[in-house]
Design a protein around this ligand. Sequence first.
Ligand SMILES: [Zn+2]
Ligand SMILES: [Zn+2]
Length: 948
Amino acid sequence: MQLDFPKTEEKILKFWQKKKIFEKSLKKTKNKPKFVFYEGPPFANGLPGIHHLLARAFKDIILRYKTMQGFYVERRAGWDTHGLPTETEAEKKLNIKSKKEIEKIGIDKFIEECRNNVFTHKKEWEEFTERIGFWLDFKNAYITCSNDYIESLWWILKQVWDKGLLYQDYKVVPYCSRCGTSLSSHEVAQGYKKVKENSVYVKFPVKGEKNTYLLVWTTTPWTLPGNSAIYVDLGTKYVKIEVKKNNKKEYYILAESCLGIIDEGYKIVEEFKTKDLIGKKYKPPFSYFEGLDPKYYHINKADFVETEQGTGLVHSAIMYGEEDFERAKEQGLKRNHVIDENGRMKNNVPLFKGLFFKDADPLIIEDLKKRKLLYKEEMYEHEYPFCWRCKTPLIYYAKNSWFIKMTAVRKDLIKNSKKINWVPAHIKKGRFGEWLKEVKDWNLSRERYWGTPLPIWNCEKCNKQICIGSLDELKKLQVTSHKLQDLHRPFIDKVILKCKCNGEMKRVPEVIDCWFDSGSMPFAQWHYPFENKGKINKNESFPADYISEAIDQTRGWFYTLLAVSTLLNKGISYKNVVCLGLVLDEKGQKMSKSKGNIIVPKQVIDKFGADCARFYFYTVNPAGESKRFNFKDIQDLHKGLFNTLWQSYTFFSIYKDKDFKPKKDFQPKNLLDKWIVSRSENLNSQVDKNLDNFDIVSAARLFEGFVDDLSNWHIRRSRKRFQRPETEEIKQEASQTLYYVLLKLSQTIAPFTPFIAEELYQKLDGGEESVHLSDYPKTKEKLIDNDLEKKMAELREIVAEVLAQRAEAKIKVRQPLQKLEINKKFENDLLELLKDEVNVKDVVIGKKIKLDTKITKELKGEGELRESIRAVNQLRKECGYISEDLIVTDIMGSPNIHNIEVFTEETKSENYKQVKTEKEIDENKYVKKKIGEKDFIAIPKLNKKTKI
Ligand SMILES: [Zn+2]
Ligand SMILES: [Zn+2]
């Protein structure tokens, strides 16, 4: 009997809804100790994907488990709303592409569109979340663009400002030219892609030395027009070499250690120490700025010059590299942009003006070739950062930005991070620890529109700047009577404040990184500190006991959560985190629209059910590893664990004692029963232990073995006790055992597979209204018998060995044999079990495991009987009889069949026995089956009348 899992799940969902089971579970635990969970807020303007199913499954299991353990687990949903994801969506809707166009249609219109787009797919998210059984409180969801949320963010920023950690600086920052804004290092870290592109070795003529060139290597030809200096390394030896090019002598200067890049024969004609090179003048490949700064175009030293790659001479464009910019600042070189904020070459490089910087590369290379300034080109594969939202290649670009001085709290970050428990453990010191060690100042500002406005006002008269930390503060200083109904741009920009100097203060134009929004959710979700002080100060909702998201969040949300709580001196904001691997397609490729390999959760859920999809993710591999999503694995799980579990219940429901009533304080007596009960208690105890350590995978993996033991050993070995019991007591005891084990299983597995567990619990009438309102089972230590489990395992090893010996001798299991010699002692009950399982009459203790394979005439007869029984059962199945149709009254067999009397007895048919020759059988009424060469059996065809 197969269960339609998806359909059953829909039924359970309705039941939960109608009976408000989730609400009841919260109500039941309201005054119990708290277990704090934070939901990492998703953007609702995209659709949920299969990787969301993974994360939500890993969240839900722990929350259900803790609830059943008696904790109060608040589960507030949250929505991330601000920032580029929403803005790009709005741009698409309005069919515009640039900031210019946004300002042309009006920021207010644009903001309105953003706001409309925030919740495009909210309904799909809610339905998806509910369908997979993730209980989440959507009614009280926090929303990052609400005024309350923003006011809390302002308060946090004010604390940072008061510590002197919020500052403005002209720096080279990662910049997306399409979005027209800089990005933070954690945003950049999420967008690296491997690219293959041309790198070039360029010849820079040395001034006053004929045919002599500095050899320089660069992967970014577009920076060459902006060249301002060449840097060399202090400790490196440089050489001048002579080569022949087109029958002409040329001289190249480069590091001795880099001579491997020279393709032709050469001879070294001069050796230099670095200081001999410093101060030499050269002619840049593009001479547009020769009059700009007399300090330009000299060789100088720098400590970031690589000598393992390239030539040991670094071309530097002041505006397009963090280190270049800092070094040029020390030298006092003039700033000089050749690329505008849209990523296009400016008018000051007439040859390439208007070109997108990456598109300029081939033209620049072509031009250098023409002028014989290119030594060679080389394909180069490296990791390059792209905008995580719009996929435009980023550019390192000098500009004015606002930063949080994270480098000043690095020690605190590292100290705090030590208190976090990571699953998998290696993330702590590895991916996360390394990230913190290298932590950079947080580039907080975005030159955009739909985001939390940076609450800094600037006096136009005396240049004083203030940071506003609350609406009250704002109202006190406000000059205009503008109502503060919406704290977003452009409304907030109209709020003018009064400076102490009596001048007027205007807000700076920037909004902030939306990752600051989500990282602040422990505080801002409660409008802290304006309301709900106890949530933080009394630790009612802080820190989180548990969070779980994908591994990419080590540089995203996991980092910003820790950053914000550390800035506020609040320690850690989460204690335990399960970090999940990415979901890939079955070949290990990233899923993407362009590859057409995206799997929609619905495809999986409609076919196998949500439980099966959840359980697949719990067991497929260690939590932190990438998952190659594969329908076949889910199908195997469905066929295996899920169907076997359900068949076990079905068996119970059919064969249980007719007047079955579960006994309280049931204690098994039969050895097989004691064994499965002990297995069940051990399962309970181990799942408990693993879940307490947030080791979900180890916990989940225990179920498959248990269900297999239950079905393929306990139930199979107990069939006779259910179907042909010697006494009613025997059947009663077997029923009690199976009930006890199944009920306990329904509760133990409930956090993992909430639907099937509910169905099972309801069918077994477990006592509470829902399995999820019942207490998580406690292990009954006194029912654990490890010794027995060990013995049973040994016994099953012997069984496996004996079956192997049978197979080798080509003797079917149905053929009884006389004697088996084994090398271990067992209790009588276990010996009986063994005899029955391997079908031998006597077991003796000897030296090792040996089966007597002699078949006497008597044994042969018995074997044939068994064959006949099997054949009848087989035939019954083929004819469409089911287990409940206990009796087929009319069994026919050929006269050759031995032991036909016993056969009748064994099959319990009362009214049988008409041995006929094969020809005598009416083929319209009977179905017959050959067994052996001459023998046959036949049973009536199934019709409504024969069905009992
Ligand atoms: Zn972008
Ligand atoms: Zn002022």
